[in-house]
Design a protein around this ligand. Structure first.
Ligand code: FPP
Length: 244
């Protein structure tokens, strides 16, 4: 029996609507097994759909996955090429059939597509055009950087003729304008940082960091992250009734 399926998912009472995930630890997962880093990325890609389905089952409607950052271009060329091929394959073989067969699933891309290969860029556009803003939206952050996103948003607001910028102006021009800010950001691989992920949107996100390496991220980890989230008291800078 699948170990993951035997674990019950918690009832979130609709409190967990939007999640961001920093999928870290693929390289270490591979190293532990004396495998090339690329094998870690392949293993990491394989678990994505299962994680998305579990989150959906708990009532989550928006999941943002950090697939490739604006800084990841600094990795060796063969690793970058391998990641790009893997992302293309995931879109072509997993995401497109999923959108065709599941009327509640859609995907958007966050980041600057202009630096992607023509082949990958057109696959992303094909995926986005297949379905827009269905009940469940997976945002794939690809050539994404939080600082770059904020600068791009400010420039878009200026291009509208604005001479002073409000928070709303920036919000409206972010890559995530179609998704609410994440309630929870999960980082696997044990590092305590955001690494340029959703810098604007994370202002009041709860953070959950686990040592589990991304390819090992199972239902047990989802349950732990969700329970940690449900136990937090969110105040958004104000006070709750019980704090007064
Ligand atoms: C970090 O692992 C992971 C990434 C560079 C991004 C996540 C990529 C995947 C999950 C695989 C492909 C993605 C899709 C959408 C199909 P790392 O190499 O930094 O790990 P390390 O910190 O152990 O070296």
């Amino acid at each position: 029996m699948d170990k993951n399926k035997s674990i019950e998912l918690p009832n979130t009472d609709g409190r967990l609507n939007s999640i961001g995930i920093i999928m870290d630890g693929n390289g270490r997962w591979a190293k532990k097994r004396h495998l090339p880093r690329s094998a870690g990325h392949v293993a990491g890609a394989k678990i994505i759909q299962r994680v998305l389905e579990d989150l959906r089952e708990m009532g989550v409607h928006h999941v943002t996955l950090y697939a490739f950052s604006t800084e990841n271009w600094r990795r060796p060329a063969d690793e970058v090429e391998g990641l790009m091929d893997l992302i293309y394959k995931y879109l072509d073989e997993v995401v497109i059939p999923k959108i065709e067969s599941d009327k509640d699933f859609s995907m958007r891309f966050l980041g600057d597509k202009s630096a992607l290969s023509e082949k990958l860029r057109s696959k992303c556009i094909e995926v986005e055009n297949m379905a827009k803003d269905r009940a469940f939206i997976c945002n794939l952050a690809l050539n994404y950087g939080g600082r770059d996103e904020i600068v791009t948003a400010v420039n878009s607001a200026l291009a509208e003729g604005k001479t002073s910028i409000t928070c709303e102006d920036i919000q409206r021009h972010l890559y995530t304008s179609a998704s609410p800010d994440p309630d929870l950001i999960i980082r696997t691989g044990g590092e305590y940082r955001l690494s340029n992920f959703m810098l604007w949107q994370s202002a009041y996100s709860e953070l959950y960091i686990t040592d589990t390496l991304w390819p090992d991220f199972g239902r047990e980890d989802i349950v732990k992250a969700t329970e940690a989230f449900l136990s937090r008291r969110r105040r958004f800078g104000g006070l709750n009734e019980e704090d007064k």
